[in-house]
Design a protein around this ligand. Structure first.
Ligand SMILES: [Zn+2]
Length: 48
C-alpha cells in the first residue's frame, strides 16, 4: 500500500505541502494554490 503521488491541479507541480486547515487541503509550493483532495473511497463525513 502506498500513497498516490499528488499533483497540483493547477500547474502539475508535485511539491505539495499539507495544510492543517481545512482537513485534506494541500498547498502547492510552486503556484501557491490551495486545494482539497478528497479520496473517492472515503465515506462522506458531513463537515462544514
Ligand atoms: Zn501549483
Amino acid at each position: 500500500m502506498r500513497l498516490a503521488v499528488q499533483y497540483c491541479p493547477y500547474c502539475g507541480e508535485q511539491d505539495l505541502r499539507p495544510r492543517e486547515e481545512p482537513r485534506g487541503a494541500w498547498e502547492c509550493a510552486d503556484c501557491r494554490s490551495t486545494f482539497v483532495i478528497t479520496p473517492a473511497s472515503a465515506p462522506a463525513r458531513g463537515s462544514a
